[in-house]
Design a protein around this ligand. Sequence first.
Ligand code: UTP
Ligand code: MN
Length: 575
Amino acid sequence: MRIPREFIDQLLARIDLVDFIRAAGVPLQKKSASNYFARCPFHQEKSPSFSVSQTKQFYHCFGCGVHGNVIDFVMQQDHLTFPEAIETLARLQGMSMPIGSEPSLRKHDHQPDLYDLMLAASDFYYEHMRRSPTAIAYLKQRGVTGAIAKQFVIGFAPSGWQGLIDGLGKTEKLLEAGLVIKKSEGKHYDRFRERIMFPIHDVRGRIVGFGGRVLGQEEPKYLNSPETPIFQKGQILYGLYHALKAHRQLERVLIVEGYMDVVALAQHGIAYAVATMGTAATKEHIERLSRYTSDMIFCFDGDQAGRTAATRALYVMLPLVTDTMQMRFLFLPEGEDPDSLIRKEGKNAFEARIQQSLSLSQFLFQSIATQNQCDLTTVAGRTRFATLALNALKPITAPLLQNMLLEELSKRARIEVPILRQQLRKTAHATPQPLTPTSAPTPTTMPALSPPLKLATTLLLQDPSLIEHYHDTAGGMLAALAAIIHEHPSITTGGLIEHFRDRPEHELLRTLAQWDPLIPDEGRTTAFKQTLQKWEQMTLEATIQSLLAKAAQSGLLDEEKATLAKLISQKNAVL
Ligand code: UTP
Ligand code: MN
């Protein structure tokens, strides 16, 4: 369900971007009447290039190019989706989300006590870790430092059956949180006993579940929280919150299997690993990750099981890959996992392995050839290889990637690209529906603007009060802006742009919002009026020219003749 436009307008009208960004900890300095500067919170820099305009309610960084209104700020800062950012802002403003907006968001509103309880449980486990020499010894023996244990809030569930229940009370709530198990009516016991506890955070830093490891050799080695109203395993990645906290912009992410892998990697300076917690990466995982980074490296064991898991992951990903994503496959030496390897060889050697990991195309073709034992030295082998490969390429929806893979296939199979493409089309009648990640930017064509229209649009966008000098001449985006301003007379630049978020014009407007047409403030009204006039003349001239052209070719209707005469006299009046 969409969030109603009026709600977003109201929300934006209540928040001042300068106050908000200041409250977020960015020390904005006043530069001029309504312009503020600071060092950019989204990239590392020495001198301030992050600028915030109070009148426009719009920010822009001249260094890294981020820009937007307060909603974009929250999305970028907290790595949230659009509805999540709206929800966060609404909560801060004490506004409740409108009925009918995304149910998943509203559901969370009803779970504050569950989050609180998880946090209390984590405190409980953390406190017990400090008190348990055996648990501390276990972490020591595995090489986990105190600092990293603190960072990941690693705790310990004491032995005994009722520790947590006695510690926190609230048995019914603990049951709902998956932390206790019901034996019979009125009889409950702790789910996690005598285990090292890894709290699992969502991207907003709330604890939604736990993983618990035995100290010895007992089975199961790891026990995880069951699914609860706040914990859906297929969607959560262990360590993502920490990785996002460590990097303003997550350049790449390493996807591993285990809790200890994430912790050990972070301890050794690779703070961009996340774990799928033992399961294969799902579509939801990949969609989630693609919000934060376009470079994903999937890490697998070097053995046969690892290869099989990698192939499975590959086929989950193929329909989801977009042309801006990079996916790589890292196979570790047999018998090693990231935890053991990073401790042995350190950050640099490990990152060198990442550099040498297989690209999607390398792994795809390699695995098809080896798994089907295609002998590429024979024509028959290459034909079979090409057929299998084409089948694999079918679900790919990213056009450039598919093209690139076709070219690569052409080289490997020694079959010309047009033939492969024809074959691909032929077999593609049962094309699976495209599964583009919701968060991936849909390719949009930016509408082009003529220079006067670009200037007029920019001026009106940057200063909506110019509307009093606007009169209906041009259609398109300028008219659309004007209509919104008429409806919301006190709207700001940031608010105006918000109305276009899902439209192709959005990016262009964001660019125009911070484009400097080099016109001093006091000259803007005149510039706006003149530009509109110029635009009118241009449209007038264009209409006259097209009528004249038609007159020469096929003659004009009486009506058209009259129009032409009128337009020409109009033009002469202007001159
Ligand atoms: P592994 O068996 O590879 O263990 O499971 P590990 O991560 O290397 O653990 P250590 O180093 O022995 O402590 C990988 C992941 O699979 C999940 C856990 O998330 C684990 O981190 N798993 C494993 C379970 O959920 N249950 C299990 O019984 C075992
Ligand atoms: Mn391990």
